[in-house]
Design a protein around this ligand. Structure first.
Ligand code: PGA
Length: 250
């Protein structure tokens, strides 16, 4: 549950799932279900080739469309990369940045994530910055240090409106959701950390989402926690009924 006037936000991260036909069906269903009129703000992040279709099919629905990544430069000799300017031109309005599957799977550093946050803001894209510890880091008692370091790295580039998503790496795609106590503790710690480093106004205004195996069955109590301002949903966002349940619970 969210206070301080923060509107809850639920983002579906489709990852590298769904071909054109399946994505089209899902988009039509989300629109028909009226998810854009929910109390919570809703967004979906398809793969790049589906971005135009998502923008077209969700136009006027109130559901935001975003991307799962983009480069930190606007243009240049970066074979295979995608420009933040281009995705903004097509109609993306937010960008998931620093997802653990990019930090850990593709070696994306804090510095690169920070540069991407700056690039997103240059083009009016809301950065949704993922932070979170690996299982080893948690077992070694380094959770707060790691998350604090990740937040500090992007702080100079992040401005008003930047969203944080706390996603413990060990809970992503594993079915092992963090316990309510673990989520509550980390969200409160992040809020305190924001207050100490950026000031109370910024801390109050920043939405902190939880991500990691959120599904229709476990979302409600998570979303009711203080300092949890929504969810970043992977697997369950591919199922319109489950995603709708999560959105309506927020
Ligand atoms: P999951 O993914 O819900 O499938 O665990 C969450 C995420 O990667 O953002």
């Amino acid at each position: 549950m969210t206070d301080g006037g923060r509107r809850p936000l639920v983002v579906g991260n489709w990852k590298m799932h769904l071909g054109e036909a399946a994505a089209g069906d899902l988009l039509d269903r989300l629109r028909a279900d009226g998810l854009g009129a929910a109390r919570a703000e809703v967004g979906v992040a398809p793969t790049f080739p589906l971005l135009r279709m998502a923008v077209d099919r969700l136009g006027g629905s109130g559901i935001r469309v975003g991307v799962q990544n983009h480069h930190f430069e606007d243009q240049g000799a970066f074979t295979g990369e995608v420009s933040p300017r281009t995705v903004a031109e097509i109609g993306a309005s937010f960008a998931i940045l620093g997802h653990s599957e990019r930090r850990h799977g593709l070696g994306e550093s804090d510095d690169v994530v920070a540069r991407k946050v700056a690039a997103a803001r240059r083009h009016g894209l809301t950065p949704v910055v993922c932070v979170g510890e690996t299982e080893t880091e948690r077992l070694e008692g380094r959770t707060r240090d790691v998350v604090g370091r990740q937040i500090l790295a992007v702080a100079p580039a992040a401005g008003p409106g930047t969203v944080l998503a706390y996603e413990p790496v060990w809970a992503i795609g594993t079915g092992r959701t963090a316990t309510l106590a673990q989520i509550a503790e980390m969200h409160a710690a992040i809020r305190r950390f924001l207050s100490e480093t950026l000031g109370t106004d910024a801390a109050k205004a920043t939405r902190i989402l939880y991500g990691g195996s959120v599904n229709a069955g476990n979302a409600e109590p998570i979303l009711r926690l203080d300092d949890v301002d929504g969810a970043l949903v992977g697997g369950a966002s591919l199922d319109p009924a489950a995603f709708g349940t999560i959105v309506r619970g927020a």
